[in-house]
Structure formats: C-alpha cells, structure tokens
Design a protein around this ligand. Structure first.
Ligand code: SAM
Length: 288
C-alpha cells in the first residue's frame, strides 16, 4: 500500500511508451488522481491500466480550492497523484499552488520524474547544456514579447521557451532582428510521428519559417544559444597578458610569434592575441 502523500507524476509528452515503471505502478495504486483535464487523461490512464479511478480536476482556475479536498483525502490515509495533460506537472502547468499549500500542511510530496518537453528539447538541441534558463511560454503581446527577447541579450546560458505554432514565425522574425547570427534550435512534436529538429542561426530559422509551413505545425520548444563572446576584443585578453604581449612586440618579436607563444602559455585563442598584437604594433609604430 502506498504511503499517504501527494505524488507528482510525469506522463508522456507524445509517445505513450515514455512512462516509467514507477509512475505506472503508483497511478495504478493511488486512491485518487488529480488531473488538469480528467477526460483528456483517460487515454493515457487506460494505456497503463489505471482507468476508472476516483478523479478530480485540478487546473489553473480551481487549484487553490482543490488543495483542501486533496489534503483531506491524504489526511484520511489516501494517496493522490497529480498529473497534467502531458509531461511534468508544475512546468508551465498547474500544481505550484497545490504543492505549496500541501507542503505547508506537513503533507509529503513525492516526485515521480519523467518526460519534460524543455529538457527533452535541450538534450537534442546541440546547444550548451551547462547553463540554461527556462522561460516557459513567451508572452503574446508584442511589447512584452520584445522585453522577454531582450532579456537574453548577452546571456551566457541557453534560453528555452515554449511557443505556440501560431506565433512562431513572428517570434523568429523578432529574434532574427535582434540576434541574426545567434544559434537557435526549434524542436517540433518531440517523441511523436512528425518529430523534427531545426538548427541554424536565428536569421536562418526566421527565413525557414516563411518558406516551410511545417515548422509551425504541432507543439514547439524554441531554444536560443548563448551570446557568443567577441574573441577579437581587447577585453577578452586579461591585462597581465596584454602587458606581456606589448613587451614582446616592443622587444622586436613578430606579431605571429608573440601571439603563438602567449596562446600556448595561457590557452587564450591565438586569433584574439594576434589581433591585439597587431593593434599594439600599429600603436608602437605611430608613437615612433
Ligand atoms: N508540463 C509540460 C512539460 O513538462 O513539458 C509542458 C506543458 S505546456 C502546457 C505545453 C507546451 O510544452 C507546448 O505548448 C509546447 O511548447 C511544449 N511541448 C509539450 N509537448 C511537446 C512535444 N511533444 N514537442 C515539443 N514541445 C512540446
């Protein structure tokens, strides 16, 4: 028998086989399932032999009120699973208010991890995964959308957005205007029949969205890579290295030789050092 608790159960984002053994057995055993849309969830619940349970709808508009009913079920010794239409509950889906309210009442919250569109997309994107920012759904109104897209300017993290197929072409056009060269990836219909991953610069993807209407069909995750560092700029080279480079050039060493030696010693890209060395040499020539 399951311990009395609220179980946060991740469900497939397309392919019904993407359900963990633990999610399946917990959903078969709980005394109640709280679902975003109880009718929509029936297909999935039937596929894992967990249909016909006591169900309760729990969506953005009734979540706070549902907390009392769900807490009463658990405090009476029952066990409740929270599921959303697809993926991990609480991630751009209802559940935050419920978890907050129940944990404040001392009720155990048990995670049952599984699919999440944002993480699934990140893992196939080919963009850096060491730092990423999840922004959820992009705003609909243009002014707020612009502000949201401006927020990733200079960011060292990969940005992950959920976007609607109706708005993706417009969003890509705005992105292309702001960051034409920045790498982006659009993941469509992950784990489903028409799964596609489009990779390229923001400008390329914006142009593709104009010519290929398949891009704007189905469910989408949009990722934008980190802003590339300007390797050629002076400030990419730390001051002590700049001083050493200036001394080497002033001492008569060639631009190529000095930048190579310092690149080997410091690991700084030789292109950045070469450009800086050229500038130093020119400045030295001007002074003489
Ligand atoms: N909680 C879910 C999760 O864990 O990913 C997200 C729910 S949110 C209401 C739905 C959005 O997630 C979609 O509009 C789309 O942006 C993204 N999404 C969900 N399933 C997807 C899939 N199979 N492929 C691409 N994006 C998906």
């Amino acid at each position: 028998m399951l311990k009395p608790a609220l179980y946060i159960a991740a469900t497939p984002i397309g392919n019904l086989q993407d359900v963990t053994l633990r999610v399946r057995s917990v959903l078969q055993e709980v005394t109640m399932i709280a679902a975003e849309d109880t009718r929509h969830s029936q297909i999935f619940l039937q596929s894992i032999g967990a249909a016909g349970k006591k169900m309760l709808s729990c969506h953005n508009y009734n979540e706070a009120q549902r907390a009392d009913l769900i807490a009463a079920e658990i405090e009476a010794g029952g066990s409740v699973a929270l599921i959303s239409d697809a993926g991990t509950p609480l991630i751009s889906d209802p559940g935050y208010k419920l978890v907050h309210a129940l944990s404040a009442r001392g009720i155990d919250i048990v995670p049952l991890p599984g699919p999440c569109a944002a993480v699934t997309a990140l893992c196939v994107s080919g963009l850096p995964t060491d730092k990423f920012m999840f922004y959820g759904f992009l705003p609909v109104k243009d002014q707020e959308l612009n502000t949201a897209l401006d927020a990733i300017k200079g960011s060292a993290a990969t940005a992950v957005f959920y976007e609607s197929p109706r708005r993706i072409a417009h969003t890509l056009a705005l992105l292309a205007g702001k960051y034409p060269e920045r790498q982006a990836v659009l993941c469509r219909e992950l784990t489903k029949t028409f799964e596609s991953v489009y990779r390229g610069s923001c400008a390329y993807l914006a142009a593709l969205a104009q010519s290929d209407e398949n891009i704007s069909r189905g469910e989408l995750v949009l990722l934008v890579g980190p802003e590339p560092k300007d390797q050629g700029a002076d400030d990419a080279v730390p001051q002590p290295v700049q001083t050493a480079l200036a001394a080497m050039i002033a001492g008569g060493m060639s631009v190529k030789g000095a930048s190579r030696v310092l690149s080997d010693l410091t690991g700084i890209k030789s292109r950045a050092l070469y450009q800086l060395a050229l500038q130093l040499k020119e400045q030295g020539t001007d002074h003489s």
